[in-house]
Design a protein around this ligand. Sequence first.
Ligand SMILES: NC(=O)c1ccc[n+]([C@@H]2O[C@H](COP(=O)([O-])OP(=O)(O)OC[C@H]3O[C@@H](n4cnc5c(N)ncnc54)[C@H](OP(=O)(O)O)[C@@H]3O)[C@@H](O)[C@H]2O)c1
Length: 270
Amino acid sequence: MKQVVFITGASSGIGKVMAQYLAQQSFTVYAAARRVERMQDLTHQGINILSMDVTDENSMVAGIQHIIDKEGRIDVLVNNAGFGSYGAVEDVPLEDARYQLEVNVMGAARLIQLVLPHMREQRSGKIINISSIGGKISMPLGAWYHASKFALEAISDALRNEVRPFGIDVVVIEPGGIQSEWSGIAVGNGLKNSSQGAYKQMATKFADAHSKFATRLSDPLIIAKLVWKAIIAPKPKTRYAAGFMAGPLLTLKKVLSDRMLDRILSSQLQ
Ligand SMILES: NC(=O)c1ccc[n+]([C@@H]2O[C@H](COP(=O)([O-])OP(=O)(O)OC[C@H]3O[C@@H](n4cnc5c(N)ncnc54)[C@H](OP(=O)(O)O)[C@@H]3O)[C@@H](O)[C@H]2O)c1
């Protein structure tokens, strides 16, 4: 029997490539996002598409129910939908900060709640949360994004030990810099919020740094392959990291003091 995989944020970037790759590996794939028109091409590859906003309770409940009605099971949930609400803490409206947490954390948490009863009944399942190296390291102008990813990491650790008795596992994926729409959206928000006031120089340098590194970002396929590895492993690692600068930054975080790491990260923006 083919395993049923449900992926959020599949209209672009990592999620879209992951949906295509997992469909090629003979999984039954359900791909969700708000922009369904951006997923029409996936239907030609045998992928089932769903309209879903992870801030909208009704669309999440209906989406999971649709998969259960069609397949009778969900083997893997990949919480991938997310974006970066960038800008200095002083500048980002708290309404935007709340929305950041709503999409990146509460949406993922609600989908976990919706799939778990089915996974517990099956006595099997994997929940794969797409965090970031930004779930381990917090950088200037990214406070709310990092808060969301640190939260996703914490939820994953607690959840892993809650669901183990039911045969369910939880895996965190920590991408470094990956080619997608993410960077453009994060830079756009950073400039919108902080390019006028006290953090102007930092916001401009942040945008410059992103354009400088744009050609060095990794192919989303490496994250799709990591997710596949986590799905097929009988005992997956709790965390996998890959992508531009993921290895070096995670190592620096482990070995350097906070102040030393501050100096390296800030040198790019001041
Ligand atoms: N790219 C990187 O360098 C990088 C690094 C580390 C971690 N990540 C993480 O990887 C994940 C995928 O990002 P990406 O790089 O592939 O970025 P992307 O190309 O911007 O894709 C983000 C996806 O999330 C979906 N999304 C956003 N808001 C949503 C909402 N309210 N409801 C439902 N779907 C929503 C978008 O679909 P719609 O707009 O159509 O709904 C889109 O499909 C994110 O969690 C991101 O934080 C990315």
